[in-house]
Write a protein that binds this ligand. Structure first.
Ligand code: UDX
Length: 435
């Protein structure tokens, strides 16, 4: 099929390249000239494992192109909307200006019978409002939320856990379903579940899934708080409750909590939307989920102060990891970067490092000091903090590292190091939720 993808960020760039991989003719469109210039040269504008190779392959096949010119969408039968829906400044609600601009920009190029498929995470009710505009141009609308995780974006796009189609209840809904089935044919053939439903349910599936994941993380982090005052170990607790298949061990890693471009803003936008709909009581628990999450950052700063002897003033602290999670260069609402900034504000002298995220971190927090290597960061440090669990940090050798630091104290913000090994090597080890 001929496809356009409007918005070439984490979601859109991966979606465009993946659709070309499935054999479709794809054009990716974005207003950001620098991003499009990089993509035209088959360069990924952000770090995502496998994306450079996929871009290279798809562009060499001639099936994938990128442009800033919206008129290129005129050739396509299906248009995916993959623009961002960030949090509004000073409010919890989602900012829909990019979604509206993408659809408005597309309207002049829609042909009779073409399909607009929304992938962006939107407040419930958005699709129905957009459908009116799209249908007035003779096209159809479907809402087809995306569940990809950064770091696994290609795998999640090509072999997702499920497809969700939010469709119009009239006859065009059936046509839209058939078009989406044709697009995802290869993945559907492997038995991937497909849920066809109405617009509202499709929109809610996405925010409900993210709300559940955030709740699961905050649940275990709340348990970590209780573990901290009782001397219990939250990692063992998670292993033990995770054996119950009804609970499951995934997303029960206690630590600094969730960040990134999705979970924090999505739960806030969900609360805001429920409030607008008069159902705010239903989601008041998400306020608690958000507070538990933010408290973990403060607790990490407290642990740093504690291992530094009660004051951070003038202490040299190495922060290892700035991305909101490993295998990503994304620092949006990154818990580790937030902790680094708080340490600096409280008088510590912080040296930050990360394998991939330094350029993005520097743009957001230019006042922090960045170094390229772990060796530079830890040299003479009073404490080191592992705040993003990159593989290279999980595999650090404590006996080798101890020769570089000033004081052998480590705060494990992600419960990703082995306390026995680090203590045996002579370190003072502190973690969130572990004795
Ligand atoms: C998330 C959802 O997983 C994905 O389905 C949705 O499409 C977008 O939002 P992503 O933001 O890429 O994806 O990251 P994810 O792997 O979900 O991690 C989110 C945050 O939670 C990270 O900061 C991570 O460190 C944290 N996390 C995750 C924990 O603190 N503990 C866990 O057990 C799991």
């Amino acid at each position: 099929m001929r496809i356009s993808v409007i918005g070439c960020g984490y979601l859109g760039a991966v979606h465009a390249a993946s659709m070309a991989e499935l054999g479709h003719e794809v054009v990716g469109i974005d207003v950001d000239e620098a991003k499009i210039a990089a993509l035209q040269a088959a360069q990924a504008p952000f770090f995502e494992p496998g994306l450079p190779e996929l871009l290279e392959r798809s562009m060499a096949s001639g099936r994938l192109q990128f442009t800033t010119d919206m008129s290129a969408a005129a050739e396509a039968d299906v248009h995916f909307i993959a623009v961002g829906t960030p949090q509004k400044k000073g409010e919890n609600a989602a900012d829909l200006r990019y979604v509206n601009a993408a659809v408005d920009g597309l309207l002049p190029y829609l042909k009779e019978g073409s399909l607009v498929a929304g992938k962006s995470t939107v407040p419930v009710g958005t699709a129905r409002a957009l459908a009116e505009k799209v249908e007035a141009s003779g096209a159809m609308l479907a809402w087809n939320p995306e569940f990809l995780r950064e770091g696994f974006a290609i795998e999640d796009t090509l072999t997702p856990d499920r497809f969700v189609y939010g469709l119009s209840k009239d006859a065009s809904g059936e046509t839209a379903r058939a078009m989406l089935d044709e697009i995802y044919g290869k993945a559907l053939a492997t038995g991937t579940p497909r849920i066809t439903t109405d617009y509202e349910t499709a929109e809610l599936v996405k925010v409900a899934a993210n709300a559940f994941l955030a709740t699961k993380i905050s649940f275990i982090n709340a348990m970590a708080e209780v573990c901290e005052v009782t001397g219990a170990d939250v990692t063992q607790l998670a292993d033990a409750i995770g054996h119950d298949a009804r609970i499951g061990r995934r997303f029960l890693n206690a630590g600094l909590g969730f960040g990134g471009g999705c979970l924090p803003k999505d739960i806030r936008a969900f609360m805001a939307r429920a409030g607008e709909l008069g159902a705010d009581q239903a989601l008041t628990f998400l306020r608690e989920v958000d507070s538990i999450n933010m408290r973990r950052r403060a607790r990490a700063v407290d642990l740093a102060r504690e291992v530094c002897g009660g004051s951070l003033l003038g202490k040299k602290i190495a922060v290892l990891g700035l991305a909101f999670k490993p295998d990503s260069d994304d620092v949006r609402d990154s818990p580790s970067l937030n902790v680094a900034a708080q340490l600096e504000l409280q008088g510590a002298s912080v040296l930050c490092t990360d394998p991939e995220a330094i350029p993005n971190a520097r743009r957001r927090f230019p006042e922090l000091t960045y170094v390229e290597t772990v060796e530079e960061a830890v040299s003479g440090a009073d404490a080191i903090m592992v705040l993003t669990e990159w593989k290279q940090y999980r595999q650090l050798d404590p006996s080798q590292l101890i020769t570089k630091v000033g004081t052998p104290a480590v705060v494990d913000g992600r419960n990703c190091l082995d306390p026995i090994e680090w203590r045996a090597a002579g370190w003072r080890y502190r973690a969130l939720g572990r004795p």
